[in-house]
Design a protein around this ligand. Structure first.
Ligand code: OXD
Length: 334
């Protein structure tokens, strides 16, 4: 529920239009610390009541009435009360947090394609350039006032980037990588051709794809089939000079196997934005490894400005009884 109701809001929410003509549709906007910012940008059609909630306690009674939710990581126990819920728009790149057994069967989940690819492309290519431009080395030398002209940067042009997962985010990364002259290959379930990706391998040929890469970028959704997809065998298939970048989910990688590979130099290093436990616990050895970059799950930030228009478009469709866009296939998990 709204912590600070804006003028014109009812005790529990903001009502638009003449609610006497049709039963109001209750819409929950849930985010632990930006609910108000999201709700401010929601353009609710007539007869919809917006409820802004930042805590589980606020959201529980609203969910008992809400037909629609626009949310980030709704705590699964809340779904038990969500008997009227019909549509959940996820405020994030992944929807694994939403597709839990507690989510009632009839709820459609929609995602936000197009929003995260540009962010994640910059993250991925930025860190690839950090590797080839040896940024860490030059900065360390600068701190010691050393002129290390014998160390020269490498090129991204001509290097091979392997995308494990080639959905809308993977395609955006592929475009950015190609613009820098990289060769892009990919791994998908179907193995079907993807424009702009030189070669697609089926998941069954994952190790062959990994062996071809200088940079391996994990960008698959977390599903029962991708859980633990990168284990000791897959890491052993990578080149000892290759880097692994994970912007997907921590659980896509067998973390102990990764740690072992990094410690013995079986791969050059890893740039990790996601972990099996987040926040990464202070005692994790990953923090201290010299060939690991740890970032705090920031490669594809959700912003109200980018997500609200997408939700508003679908909300208008919902009100008009038209089909929603970007529906998740719940059986597939994305
Ligand atoms: C995610 C996100 O889904 O950060 O991980 O959006």
């Amino acid at each position: 529920m709204s912590r600070r109701p804006a003028p014109g809001r009812t005790g529990r929410g903001r009502r638009t239009g003449d609610a006497r003509r049709t039963a109001p549709v209750h819409v929950l906007v849930y985010h632990p610390y930006e609910a108000e910012a999201y709700a401010r940008l929601v353009r609710a059609p007539r007869g919809m009541t917006i409820h802004t909630c930042a805590t589980e306690a606020e959201a529980a009674p609203v969910l008992a009435e809400a037909e629609v939710a626009f949310a980030w990581k709704l705590p699964p126990p809340l779904y038990r009360a969500a008997t009227r819920l019909r549509w959940l728009q996820a405020m994030g790149a992944g929807v694994d947090w939403a597709l839990v057994p507690e989510l009632p069967a009839g709820v459609q989940v929609t995602r936000a394609p197009g929003v995260f690819g540009p962010w994640m492309s910059e993250y991925v290519l930025g860190w690839c350039a950090w590797v080839t431009q040896k940024m860490e080395t030059y900065r360390a030398a600068q701190r010691e006032r050393r002129w290390i002209e014998t160390v020269v940067p490498g090129r991204l042009a001509g290097a091979t980037l392997c995308l494990v997962g080639v959905g809308d985010i993977g395609r955006a990364i592929a475009r950015a990588a190609r613009a820098l002259g990289m060769r892009v290959v990919g791994v998908t379930r179907s193995g079907a051709r993807v424009p702009g990706v030189e070669r697609i391998y089926r998941t069954a040929r994952l190790t062959a794809a990994l062996a071809a890469a200088d940079f391996v970028v994990l960008v698959v959704p977390l599903t029962p089939t991708t859980h633990g997809l990168i284990g000791a065998r897959e890491l052993a298939a990578m080149r000892p000079t290759a880097w692994l970048l994970n912007v997907a989910r921590g659980a896509v990688v067998d973390e102990p196997a990764l740690l072992a590979a990094l410690e013995r130099g079986a791969i050059a290093g890893a740039v990790l934005d996601v972990f099996t436990t987040e926040p990464l616990p202070p005692e994790s050895p990953l923090w201290a490894l010299p060939n690991v970059v740890v970032t705090p799950h920031v490669s594809g930030p959700s912003t109200p400005d980018e997500l609200a228009p997408l939700f508003n478009d679908n909300l208008a469709r919902w009100r008009a009884g038209r089909p929603l866009r970007h529906i998740v296939d719940r059986a597939r998990g994305y």
